[in-house]
Design a protein around this ligand. Sequence first.
Ligand SMILES: Nc1ncnc2c1ncn2[C@@H]1O[C@H](COP(=O)(O)OP(=O)(O)O)[C@@H](O)[C@H]1O
Ligand SMILES: [Mg+2]
Length: 241
Amino acid sequence: MLNVENLSTHIGKIQILHDVSFHVDPGEIVAIIGANGAGKSTLLNTLAGLYRPTAGTVILHDEMIGGFPAHKVVGKGLSLVPEGRQIFPNLTVKENLMLGMYSKYYKEKKHAKENLDRILSMFPNLNKHLHNLGGNLSGGEQQMLAIGRGLMSTPKVILLDEPSMGLAPKIVNEILDTLVIIKEQLGTMVVLVEQNVKAALKTADRAYVLEQGKMILNGTSQEISSNPQVMSAYLGIKTGA
Ligand SMILES: Nc1ncnc2c1ncn2[C@@H]1O[C@H](COP(=O)(O)OP(=O)(O)O)[C@@H](O)[C@H]1O
Ligand SMILES: [Mg+2]
């Protein structure tokens, strides 16, 4: 499991995350929802080793990984699919995917082909465009590429930062269906960060609500969907409260 306890992150002198705790059990998709500026990206970036936490612990399968630099964190089994996809437009789809194995490349070179084949069988569209440049793919395909790249290191947990951003509803559904396949076929734990609360709650098993750098609520997706505070603030449903 992934267990995050009392995590705090400062950027400069400003405290962005305040005592954030959450966990993901094996076989779960956990959503973290919150408005723009709530601290969602800061949280994922801290877990991925891009920011150093100022307090708290991060444990992945009995191993403390909090405070490790990004390349070490990937090697320990945590992979980030960053906000805005950040694929390399001038590299081919295959080259983009291979970069996902970079930190493990020397150690697990013999698994490169195996990993690539597994990802390509899950994403037939990437296979079709294998030798095309990443920049020539559609937005949805670029998001699939970013997810595929994140899976190339065979992570225990994959963190996705707003994968639905800027995509049409039909494509959003395809991406979310893919997360369920990742959970079921690969057994990878999934952390899904979204402003698209409705989509996230449809896909996740459980959810947490982050507001101004603090976790204010958590529960099953069903509980969170029917919470009056969530309904009025995030789902645009009037509750009469
Ligand atoms: N590099 C940075 N420098 C200064 N402030 C930042 C930086 N990154 C994020 N912030 C601030 O931290 C808060 C949380 O940002 P972020 O984690 O990007 O939120 P979210 O992903 O939920 O939209 C915001 O108030 C934002 O202005
Ligand atoms: Mg963000």
